[in-house]
Design a protein around this ligand. Sequence first.
Ligand code: E4P
Length: 215
Amino acid sequence: MKFFIDTGHLEDIRKAVELGMADGVTTNPSLLAKETGISFHKQIALICEMVKGPVSAEVVATDYEGMLKQGRELAKIAPNVTVKLPLTPDGIRACGVLSKEGVMVNATLCFSAAQAILAAKAGATFVSPFVGRMDDVGEHGMGLIREIVDIYRNYEWKTQVLVASIRHVTHVIEAAHIGAHVATMPFKVLEQMYKHPLTTLGLEQFLADWNKSGL
Ligand code: E4P
């Protein structure tokens, strides 16, 4: 299972790289809007230098021609740029064209199995179901992940299931149980994964015993 860091914040990316846990990065317009004082393309270029794996950068055009134009411009920034396109008819159409051109595409804002099937048929590299946002409205986000993974297993589609909108550690564990290819998470969720009170207490006890022993 790959771990992507869901942020546009360079310091969080640097820390995740240092931990050896950043297989890639996902951004979106809302995340990048928080990073002031630097242009969108420059920020993506900096992230692509820090992380070797796929870095998702989203188009803001909503029409087919505009998405193609912006997607091609983004793809020129670095070889690891993954163009993020929304799961609309225009987005899926642009996904088919860019994928055939050899550009990695992340089909985003996926909320149904039907949309995930369309993304796979259009040759997307990743499909991003948003589990947290589904949970927010009383739907079962991880149920959708299971459904998509089951469907994809019936075919030889190469599209990877990228679990997005992760809010807590349980989402990551459930995604791993199901066999999703990628989990993208805020840095704070990655940090939480390391924490267990018995590890902290156990280590304190070992060190206290060692220091008392005089060895
Ligand atoms: C990832 O690609 C998405 O942009 C992100 O996970 C959305 O997360 P949110 O629902 O917490 O905004």
